[in-house]
Design a protein around this ligand. Structure first.
Ligand code: ADP
Ligand code: MG
Length: 695
């Protein structure tokens, strides 16, 4: 029944059938699974005496006096009178002459629409209407709204109204859908059956049953995602079954020696994260761990400690083959910074660190690649150049990817091919835990949620346009006192010519009109890597007072003397990104400031910017951003690996937790879904619909 072609079951034109086909809707099942995008609650009936002006009213009554006449400009005006036991009201429609054919005097109908005053009388102005029937479809209930296909010939348009009319009569066919979730999962999570959920999601009996239907359908998506993530995790862990790899027997002595030489003490959160890494290194299968920690929370040193222990712990074993570590970072500046940091941290250990970046000569690159291959280098730190230059390893044990969200999945997984090393991802883009479960469900997650002591709070202010001059003058004074400043131009696609134009114009304006006595630098995505580095090191050496930049500045830069971050068009950035920018200051001894310039007065934008003023925690900000903007906006659906979910709401943490724990239980029972072929089929469909997602 469900696979029957729609042309056989619904009465419509060939044109409509063709349109549906283009929307991917061919069969009964396709149409039943075309879920609404929203609802209008039109179930709250009023009597005529209770109607109120300028709001949507729903009223039931008997219609009379229907007539159409032509008024000025040749417009057709249809009027009718609606009467219930409390009174009568007139309804008017323009240019909808078919109404007088569809309705006749004495019909009992429902009208839904706004009441307007017309020449001193209250009138229903162009209301929706439907005859009273056993089952209302268009109004007088919670009404589904569907995405409509936009086509030119409106006569054959697949409109929301059309879909409502066609779906309702075939909804009983949903009874043919088979249940694919195991019964105990349904019971434990108090879920509707699939067929019931499909019926209720189109035509809900009540708000409550709509909630239940959405919960069931959302649960399915989240369950599939998380189960799939757990399968991936298992596959990753099994990847060593074929490799004969030494466990790393962590040397406590070595660890103590490393910690004692540090100029500071680890925070508790750093200790916990490192312990988790070390525990992973000891296991007989490879690690896949993500460390989330705010900018400046000290992830680098944790990664460095892990690297040291991976390389040297087994040193005294027989047949010791020196393990190697690879650190991949998104920018050349950052690679150099890490290279310095690692080299310094390891200066009293026998560890050979190398840097590999795109701007090296071919000869340099070749020799570094060669040394890695021969095992002469212990750690290589590099940019995408690592991939481009075809690095190879003698014995890669640990691969670290910093700012992992800056890399595509393919790039990150590239390093996995070298004998499935332990994988450690670092990110300063904190996301709420439940969302992390959904996106990074195959990874173990450590959170560094504590800052090293003595970090100052950065004073954040929203600056209205009329205070711009004052702000500039104040900045000038600060520079005269020796401080340095970042000015970020509004978000424009970095690859775009416009971005280049915008930032160079802003640079010129600032230089000529406001800061002619100061030294300004310019940074944008079109500079060559060497040029970028040149600008950055001039800034970092104090030869530039104000650095005007596009968003390329975002990642990792550490300039302790910079104490002011000014962001133009702040409302165009996500909170996490603003937070990243802000993290560029407050790294030294000077009180630091972040100024958010905006000319938007949209309530939502102001709310988001106010959150920046109130909160210093990246986690808190990411939660707020998620709530206010939704995951698609916040994380950019494609690059974040969030598949397109139809029903699940990714800020519904309760449902995510539920689905997670169900998936965790179930993977222990039947990891390959051998006993549940219907569920396996559902998985396949889910993957197919979101092409390549499960690839
Ligand atoms: P991020 O997490 O942003 O990568 P970094 O690793 O760059 O942070 O650390 C930021 C700064 O904090 C570095 O200068 C580092 O030396 C310092 N740092 C790291 N851990 C501590 C600590 N426990 N106490 C004091 N300073 C620390
Ligand atoms: Mg870092």
């Amino acid at each position: 029944m469900l696979q029957t072609l729609l042309s056989k079951v619904i009465r419509t034109t060939n044109q409509h059938i063709k349109q549906l086909k283009e929307m991917g809707i061919l069969t009964v099942a396709d149409l039943l699974l075309y879920f609404p995008r929203g609802y209008e609650d039109e179930s709250d009936f009023r009597t005529i005496i209770e109607l109120s002006l300028d709001e949507v009213n729903v009223v039931k009554g008997v219609i009379s006096n229907i007539s159409t006449r032509y008024v000025k400009n040749g417009m057709a005006l249809t009027t009718a009178l609606l009467t219930d036991k409390t009174g009568s009201i007139e309804a008017t429609w323009f240019n909808q002459t078919y109404i007088s054919k569809q309705l006749k005097g004495g019909d009992e109908i429902i009208l839904t629409g706004k009441i307007k005053m017309n020449q001193g009388r209250a009138v229903f102005s162009s209301p929706k209407f439907e005859k009273v029937k056993d089952e209302q479809v268009q109004t007088g209930r919670i009404v589904p709204k569907y995405y409509q296909a936009d086509i030119k010939d409106s006569k054959y348009k697949i409109s929301s109204k059309w879909l409502r009319e066609k779906i309702q009569p075939i909804l009983y066919l949903a009874d043919f859908f088979e249940e694919y979730l195991p019964e105990n999962i349904l019971d434990e999570n108090d879920l509707l059956s699939f067929k019931e959920a499909v019926k209720q999601v189109h035509y809900p009996d009540s708000e409550e049953s709509l909630g239940k239907a959405r919960e069931r359908l959302g649960f399915d998506e989240l369950f599939i995602l998380q189960f799939r993530a757990l399968q991936k995790k298992r596959d990753w862990q099994m990847s060593w079954l074929t490799e004969n790899r030494d466990k790393i027997l962590i040397s406590e002595k070595l660890l103590a020696k490393f910690l004692v030489k540090l100029p500071f003490k680890f925070t508790n959160a750093q200790t916990k994260a490192l312990e988790a890494i070390l525990a992973d290194l000891k296991k007989p299968y490879p690690m896949l761990r993500l460390i989330q920690g705010d900018v400046g929370s000290g992830k680098t040193v944790v990664a460095a400690a892990g690297s040291l222990l991976a390389i040297l712990s087994n040193e005294n074993l027989k047949n010791y083959e020196r393990p190697q570590v690879c650190v991949m970072v998104p920018t050349e500046v950052l690679a150099k910074q890490h290279y310095k940091t690692f080299s310094k941290l390891f200066n009293s250990f026998d560890i050979r660190v190398e840097l590999l970046v795109g701007s090296f000569t071919q000869k340099q690159k070749k020799s570094i690649v060669e040394n890695m291959k021969l095992g002469l280098t212990d750690i290589v730190i590099g940019t995408h150049a690592l991939i481009q230059e075809h690095v190879d390893f003698k014995n890669l044990a640990l691969a670290i990817v910093d700012e992992q969200h800056r890399f595509g999945v393919k790039q990150r997984e590239y390093l996995a091919q070298f004998g499935h090393p332990h994988l450690l991802y670092l990110t300063a883009t904190p996301i709420p835990r439940t969302l992390a479960l959904t996106i990074y469900g195959d990874q173990d997650i450590s959170v560094i949620d504590e800052m090293p002591p003595g970090r100052q709070e950065i004073i954040t202010r929203i600056v209205p346009e009329h205070k711009r001059q004052d702000a500039y003058r104040w900045i000038e004074e600060q520079v005269k006192k020796g401080r340095q400043v970042f000015i970020i131009c509004p978000l424009i696609d970095e690859s775009d010519k416009l971005a280049f134009k915008a930032v160079t114009e802003e640079f010129k304006r600032l230089k000529e009109q406001f800061f002619s006595n100061l030294r300004l630098g310019l940074l944008h995505g079109r500079l060559l890597p060497q040029e970028k580095d040149q600008v950055m090191s001039e800034f970092s050496d104090g030869h530039i007072d104000i650095l005007v930049s596009t968003s390329v500045i975002e990642v990792g830069i550490d300039v302790p003397n910079a104490s002011i971050m000014l962001i133009e068009g702040a409302e165009r950035f996500g909170l996490s990104q603003l937070h990243q920018f802000r993290g560029r200051v407050g790294r030294g001894e000077h009180q630091s400031y972040c100024f958010l310039f905006t000319d938007s007065d949209s309530v939502n934008n102001i709310k988001r910017l106010k959150a920046m003023v109130q909160h210093a925690s990246g986690f808190k900000l990411s939660e707020i951003d998620l709530e206010l903007r939704g995951p698609g906006e916040v994380y950019g659906v494609k690059q974040s690996g969030i598949p397109d979910l139809k029903m699940a709401n990714l800020s519904d943490s309760k449902l995510i937790e539920k689905a997670r724990s169900a998936a965790e239980k179930f993977i222990k029972i039947d990891p390959d879904l051998e006993k549940y072929p219907k569920l396996r089929k559902k998985f396949e469909e889910f993957g197919k619909e979101r092409e390549g997602y499960f690839a």
